[in-house]
Design a protein around this ligand. Structure first.
Ligand code: PAF
Length: 283
């Protein structure tokens, strides 16, 4: 596995792959790798001759400086995982490499970035699309892999690629779960033992909604609210049921697939952890 710290080195690695006629898949990450990331890597590994990964904690997608500072950085361990999974080249750039001095260009999906999760995290999705567009330009892969768990992010990136005619495919990869259903996330390690035991309530609420058969959006919402209200350690923070692919609010009886996105807080005070989960429900 080639470790590249500069755009120049990563481009040279990709140029060598291309010169041998090889296809390239890309997995972008912010490090702190867990099985969810490794599922993206194995999907990419199965589909391409070469797979490139990036590890870059992107400052422009963080609202609060404190979140950026405390974001886990586990480079040595991450590199071991990537090497063992058969990654061919990894880009680990300094901030100035991605955002050169005087940088003033951003990429934004103007509506989709500013609704739902985007409305409570102003600038977050603009930071994501800007860095992802840069990473696509640097690597120029045939396809890039993103987790369905970050559901709005996946759709924002698909929209950017479509709107800007970027020549690659975006592949969504199903959420990887712990045996009790909890979606894997680097945040899970911050849960107390009691909150960790309570956290699968998100997946259970989504399971309950999914198994309702013929239902209205309002029924689905009620089932999710009631299930989460039954777990005293969880506070439901967000529940959105949207039409696809535009993410406009869905209402009434289901006649087409909808996306359900939930977020709930566990713990209190400085110890609170916000977890998200999602599900697509088909009529
Ligand atoms: O999902 C993530 O880890 C990040 O948002 C991404 C796509 C790597 C952009 O920084």
């Amino acid at each position: 596995m080639q470790i590249c710290r500069t755009v120049f080195d990563l481009r040279a690695a990709v140029a060598r792959f291309r010169a041998s006629g090889e296809g390239v898949g890309l997995v972008t990450t912010m490090g702190a790798l867990h099985d969810g990331h490794m599922a993206l890597v194995s999907e990419a590994r199965a589909a391409h001759d070469r797979v490139v990964a990036t590890i870059f904690v992107n400052p422009t997608q963080f609202g609060e400086a404190a979140d950026l500072e405390t974001y886990p950085r586990t480079e040595a361990r991450d590199l071991e995982h990537l090497e063992a999974a058969g990654i061919d080249a990894v880009l680990i750039p300094e901030i100035g490499e991605i955002y050169p001095e005087g940088d003033e260009t951003v990429v934004e999906t103007t509506r989709l970035a500013n609704i739902l999760h985007g409305a409570v995290r102003p600038g977050h999705f603009r930071g994501v699309t800007t860095v992802v567009a840069k990473l696509f330009n640097i690597c120029q892969p045939d396809a890039a892999y993103f987790g369905e768990k970050d559901y709005q992010q996946l759709h924002v990136i698909k929209r950017m690629v479509r709107d800007l005619h970027m020549p690659l495919k975006i592949r969504g990869v199903p959420t990887v779960r712990e045996p009790d259903g909890l979606a894997m996330s680097s945040r899970n390690s911050r849960l107390t033992e009691e909150d960790r035991a309570a956290a699968p309530i998100l997946a259970r609420a989504l399971d309950a909604a999914q198994s309702m058969g013929a239902a209205t959006v309002e029924d689905l919402a009620r089932t999710i609210r009631d299930t989460i209200a039954g777990e005293p350690r969880a506070t439901l923070k967000g529940l959105d049921i949207v039409r696809l692919p535009d993410f406009t609010p869905a209402t009434g009886r289901l006649s087409a697939p909808v996306g359900i996105m939930i977020s709930a807080e566990f713990g209190s005070g400085d110890n609170h952890v916000l977890l998200i989960d999602q599900r697509e429900v088909h009529p």
